[in-house]
Write a new protein. Structure first.
Length: 392
């Protein structure tokens, strides 16, 4: 496969190599199919899909087609698919809606210690006693502890991500779903980091997807609720009982079209990106002193790799790499304004500072990765030297 070069990138010259976007975990560059679908929807789906006019019916047809396509991709019924304003909104609705619907069943939520903050905060907001189940050093939840936690008291819901977007480790959702099903507890699975990259399977009762992660436009999240899951709206009911105000037809259509596109060449992209991730894991461990590559080395997402450097501040290293032309993420803080260490890394028992997260999308080339690996040791050394000088 020939590595594509984004048409929007500036011309590459010996004096000014193109910037490399290596922060695609959660925000991949816009897929060409998503862009074309969005532009088509601007012409055909701009009207309110609730209207009975020709224009409204045309928008409704686009929305219904998007939901049907998304349902087919995850093995669900069309009526089970709901388009949210964002992935965070989908996760909030998943937790709050199930908690409200199962108020009499229990006041506890059993979750892994490495769930997204959106899930943890929604559980607390719903008034649930959120029990965080520990994970192994790879980031995978302890399945025996997860099952045991379900028996600690009346439980409203359980939540387990399909894969951790911070370190790439896949979670044992099959074992977790078997345990929750045996106890009559619905399992919410956050597949925001894995949908479009790996098969999310059928081990879930409520599923949340993030179209931005597979390269769609902002403005849509996907929530899938299996028939039979007890649900209660937590906001005043509108025409759409899940997300008052209704979905963005444009974003929904782009999400569905781009998901079909990425699934069509997923196997090829999987091989290409796993090879690049393996290259990063090997070279970082060999060429950067005092570094720990975290996450499961085998049972993982194909495009995410994370490592932590001793004696390095994560934000300082991200800034230094950005100056060198490489956009990367860091698990050391959720935002640049936060100084809190990553709860994911802390739960895993690995280094929480000096962390770099690499996310590769379909436009990432081998040259991008090799150039990054060439400058990384020097960048780490400069940050260590600077911080050491400050400490004197």
């Amino acid at each position: 496969m020939t590595d594509p070069t984004p048409s929007s990138a500036p011309p590459t010259t010996a004096e000014a190599p193109r910037r490399a976007w290596l922060d695609a975990s959660g925000a991949a560059r816009i897929h060409p199919v998503a862009r074309r679908a969005f532009e088509q929807a601007l012409d055909d789906g701009w009207a309110d899909p609730r209207r009975l006019s020709t224009e409204g019916r045309r928008a409704r047809a686009l929305l219904d087609g998007a939901r049907e396509s998304l349902a087919g991709a995850v093995g669900a019924r069309t009526e089970e698919v709901h388009v949210a304003p964002s992935h965070t909104a989908a996760l909030h609705a998943a937790v709050l809606g199930v908690a409200a619907g199962r108020r009499r069943a229990g006041t506890r939520a059993v979750v892994s210690a490495v769930e997204r903050a959106a899930v943890l905060h929604a559980g607390e907001h719903a008034g649930l006693d959120v029990e965080r189940v520990p994970v192994h050093r790879t980031g995978a939840v302890d399945t025996e502890a997860f099952a045991a936690a379900l028996d600690d008291g009346p439980t409203a819901l359980a939540a387990l991500q399909h894969a951790n977007g911070e370190v790439g480790t896949l979670q044992p959702t099959g074992a977790a779903h078997a345990a929750t099903t045996a106890r009559g507890v619905p399992l919410i699975v956050d597949a925001g980091a894995s949908a479009g990259h790996v098969d999310v399977g059928a081990a879930w009762d409520v599923l949340a997807l993030d179209p931005r992660d597979w390269g769609s436009v902002p403005g849509a999240g996907v929530l899938v609720v299996r028939r039979g899951v007890r649900w209660r709206p937590v906001a005043p009911e509108d025409e759409d009982r899940f997300f008052p105000g209704g979905p963005s037809v444009l974003a929904a259509f782009a999400a569905a079209a781009s998901l079909e596109a990425v699934l069509a060449d997923r196997a090829e992209e999987d091989r290409r990106r796993r090879a690049l991730v393996d290259l990063v894991r090997t070279c970082v461990a060999a060429e950067v002193p005092d570094v720990e590559v975290v996450g499961d080395p085998d049972d993982r997402l194909p495009h995410v790799v994370t490592f932590s450097c001793l004696y390095v501040d994560g934000e300082a290293l991200v800034t230094e790499l950005d100056r060198a032309g490489f956009a990367v993420g860091s698990g050391s803080a959720c935002t640049s304004s936060s100084l809190e260490p990553s709860h994911v890394l802390a739960a895993m028992g690995v280094l929480t500072h000096g962390n770099v997260r690499i996310g590769l999308d379909r436009e990432t080339t081998r040259d991008d990765v090799e150039r990054f690996l060439a400058v990384l040791p020097g960048a780490v050394a400069r940050v260590r030297s600077f911080l050491g000088a400050q400490a004197l």
